[in-house]
Design a binder for this molecule. Sequence first.
Ligand SMILES: [Zn+2]
Ligand SMILES: [Zn+2]
Length: 776
Amino acid sequence: MKTVVTRRRILMKGRVQGVGFRPAVHRLAMLLELSGFVVNDTRGVTIELQGEEQQIEEFLRRLTTSDRPPLAQIKSREVLDLPVSEGERGFAIHESLAEGAVLSEVSADVAICADCVRELWDKEDFRYRYPFINCTNCGPRYSIIKTIPYDRPNTTMSVFEMCTACAAQYRDEADRRFHAQPVACPRCGPKVWLADRAGKPLLMDNDEVIAETARLLRAGRVVAIKGIGGFHLACDALNNDAVLRLRQRKRRDYKPFAMMAASVGTVRKYAIVDRAAEELLASPQSPIALLPRRPDAAIAPAVAEGTSALGFMLCYAPLHYLLFAEGLDVLVMTSGNISDEPLICNSELALERLGDVADAFLMHDREIYRQVDDSIVHFVAGGPALLRRARGYVPTPLYTEEESPQHVLAAGADLKNTFCLVKHNQLILSEHIGDLEDAEVYHHYVQSIEHLKGLLEVEPQVVACDLHPGYLSTQYAKSLPAARVIEVQHHWAHIASVLAEHGLAGPVIGLECDGTGYGTDGAIWGCECMIASLTSFKRFGHLAYYPLAGGDRASKEAIRPLLSLLRQAYGEDFTLAEFAWLLERIEPDQRKLRLILDQIDKGINTVNTSSLGRVFDAVAAMVGLGSCNHFDAQLPMALEAIAQPGVEDRYEYDLHPRSGEPVQLSLRKTVQGLVGDLKRAETAAVLSAKFHNTLAEALLAMAKAARESTRLETAALSGGVFCNRYLVNRLVMRLKQEGFAVLLNRDVPSNDGGIALGQAAIATQLVRRVPFGINA
Ligand SMILES: [Zn+2]
Ligand SMILES: [Zn+2]
C-alpha cells in the first residue's frame, strides 16, 4: 500500500510552557517517525508534523492522553494543513520566538517531584544532596520568570552557565531535564550558605550549612530560610519559648503560624489527615492545609491559640528535605516579614529587615524575581477551598466561554488584596498581595500590576474596582489614564466570583456573610441576600441595620457592636447598670461605655451596618472569648473553634418583609436568647453552636423567601464570614435538604482575596454587552 505523507501545523494553548511539553512532543514524534519541529512562542506551543496521516492522528491522541506531561493542561488546539516539505529529516526543537500576538500561560511554581527526591538521596547521582535539584516536572517557575517566553535567558537562572553534564541533559530529548529551564547541579548552579544576622557568611560547604542550620533550629533559634517564593522564618514548633521569641520579634502577637513537616506521617501526629487532605498536602501545589487539631497534639501552645485547626504543609523544595533529614520533626515556617509588611524575597532586604528577628540566615544565590506566599486551603462542605491563593496556583487562569473584546484590570479590595487581569478568554488572578493600608504593600501592589501587565502583555482599556470611595485600590483604579472605570458593589463582586468559578452568568440567589463592604446606600453592608447575575443585582434582603460607633475601631473592639445590638434587642430596658454583670469583664472603663452608648443613641460618629462579622465579634465577647480582634477575624474564629458538635438547638429570629423594600432579618430575639442562656450559665460551647445554627436557619429562611419570589433554585455563598466551616457546613446541608443547588468558592477565596475575580467577571460581561470605546 502506498503511504501518503501529509504535513500539519498544530497550535496548542493552555499550560504548555515550562511543563516539559516540548520534550514530550519531541519524544513522541521520534517514536512515531514523524519529522518537523516544535517551538514555544507567546501564544503557546506550535508543532509542525510531517508523516503518515495515521501516525499524526496517533500523535495527537497520545499527546493529549497517555503521553501528556503531568503538569500540562491543553486548553485549545488549532490544526492547519500545510504543503509537504520535501526532504525534511528528523524532528527539532527550535529556539523560542518572542513575537506572537496572543498570550501563553506562564506556569505556577511546582513542588519537588518524586523522581527528583529519589535522586536527591542517590549517592551515585551527581546531584546527590543538591538543594536546587529540579526537572521539567518540578521546580520554580512563576517566581523566577522575568518575561515571556519561558526560557532560561528570561529567568533569574540566566546568570548560571550550565556545565557540560547539565547541558547534555538539557539537550537530550530522552532525558527528564530536556529543556528544563532551571536545571542546575553542584558544579554550575546556585549555592547555599549560612550567614549571621549581619550577613557575614559563617559556612559555605553545603553539608555543613544544612547540618548547622538544623542544629540551630533544634537549639530553639530562629532561622530565616530563603525558599522558592520568599523567605520563611523558621523555628522548632514543639519549643514554646522559641515560638514566643519569634512572635515577639516578628511583632505578631496572636495570628496562628503555619508549620512544615517532611511526611504525612508526621502531620498525623498532630492533626487529623483524611485521604483528601493527604492528597492535597502531597499535590504539586503543596499548599498549607488547615487540618483539625488532635486534642493531644504536642505542638507548642504559642503556635496557634484559640483555633480548632492547625496549618501544615509538606516540604516542597529540595532544601526543605535536606534540613528535615537532620532530625527535625516539625517547624514553624511563617512568612519572612514584619507584621503585615510584604513577604521578603531579596537577600539584602532580608538582612536589613529581619536582622533583629532571625539568629541566622540560610541564604542562596538563585534570585527570586516574584515574591509568592504559601497558599492556604481548608476543607469545607466536602471539599477543599482556597483561603489564600498564591504559590502553586498563580498565575493559572480561569477560562471563560467567550472571549473578552477588551483587556480588563480588576483592582480588587483593600484587605487581602489580589487583582485580576482579563485577556481573551482568560481571567488571571494575581497572587495574594496583602492589606493595602501598609505603605509597602501598596507600593508592591502597584509594582505587581505593572509587572503582570508586562508579563502577560495586557494593556487594560477597562478597569473595575470597588464602590468604596475610600479604598486605595479604588483611588488607584480611578487614577489610571485612558481607562473606563466600572465600580462594582463589594458583595455583588463576591457572588460574581462564585459565578465566574463555575462558568455561570446567573441570576442566582446570592447569600453574603461578610465583615464590611460599602453599600449603594452609603451604609456598610455585610449580611446580604441578593438576586445577582454578572450584569446586575437586586438587594432582596439583609440583616437589619444597627449603628456602629467609632469608625475604624469598631472592627477591633467588640464592645462597640455589642452595645448596639443590646440596645436594639432591649430598647429602653437596656441600661449599663442592668448589664454590668456582662459588660464589665469586656470593658471595665465605665466612662468609655457611657460614651459609646451615647454615640449610638444620638447617632454621633456612627455608621449604619448589616455586618455579620461584627455580630460574631459581639457574641464572642459575650461568651467570654476576649474583647478585641488583634488580627482579622480573631474573635469570630475563636467562636467557631468552641462550637459544640451535635447541638441542634437554636435561638429565635424574625424576618420582616416590607413591600417594595428588602426583607429585614432581625436578631433581637437571638441576642435576648443568648443573654438568657448566659444568665442560666449555659456553656460557651453550647451558646456558640446555637448561635451558628440560628444564622444557618435565618439565612435559609431568607433564601426560601427569595426562591418564592423569583423561582430561582440555586444559592451562591460568598463573603469572609463563609471562611467559617461550621456555618458553611450547616448552611449547605440545610439548603440541600430544602432542595437548593448550592455553589461555593473553591478555586478563589470567599474572603476579599476573591473580590478581584468577581469584579473582572462583571466588567468582562458588561464590556461584552456594550463594548466601550478605548477613550470613551
Ligand atoms: Zn523533578
Ligand atoms: Zn551542572
